[in-house]
Design a protein around this ligand. Structure first.
Ligand code: AMP
Length: 144
């Protein structure tokens, strides 16, 4: 039986995402695993402190739509089915944890910049995902 049956790949939508996705796809081929591709859109209300009297619904919808289109293009390129392309709204670490448990994923793949010193104390998404993860986590070192 394959070691990893279901791999959850969480990507931001930067130019670094392909590095993370390509590693995950290579692993999935080696292990014959199912791949779920996910992106978490952060609520725009957070960015503005949530106390400005503005309707941010449209902006949120646009971010959501842009994320879905981007995932679709990655999904098509790598043969990931539309049902396995998921866009969620929330905080990345907690959404990735929630989703990995909901899907019973046995591996979560994220990117890591390998930051040191004070940046580590401030934390990164990879650190946040690793702490409290219910399954294995692979942090793919991003090459600049
Ligand atoms: P960061 O610590 O923000 O530089 O992100 C490191 C890695 O965490 C990225 O390469 C992604 O794998 C993952 N990640 C960061 N933000 C998100 C997000 N909004 N949705 C999904 N994955 C994310």
């Amino acid at each position: 039986m394959a070691i990893y049956q279901k791999i959850l790949v969480a990507i931001d939508l930067t130019e670094e995402a392909p590095q993370v996705l390509e590693k995950a796809m290579a692993l999935s081929k080696a292990h014959d695993s199912e791949v779920v591709l996910a992106h978490v859109v952060e609520p725009v209300g957070y960015a503005y402190g949530g106390d400005i009297p503005m309707d941010l619904t449209e902006l949120q919808e646009q971010l959501d739509k842009a994320a879905k289109e981007k995932l679709q293009s990655y999904g098509e390129k790598h043969g990931i089915t539309p049902e396995n392309q998921l866009v969620m709204v929330g905080r990345p670490e907690s959404e990735i944890h929630r989703l990995s448990e909901e899907l019973s994923a046995d591996l979560v793949v994220v990117g890591s910049h390998g930051r040191k010193g004070f940046q580590l104390i401030l934390g990164s998404t990879a650190n946040g995902v690793l702490h409290g993860a219910a399954c294995d986590v692979l942090a793919v070192r991003i090459k600049t």
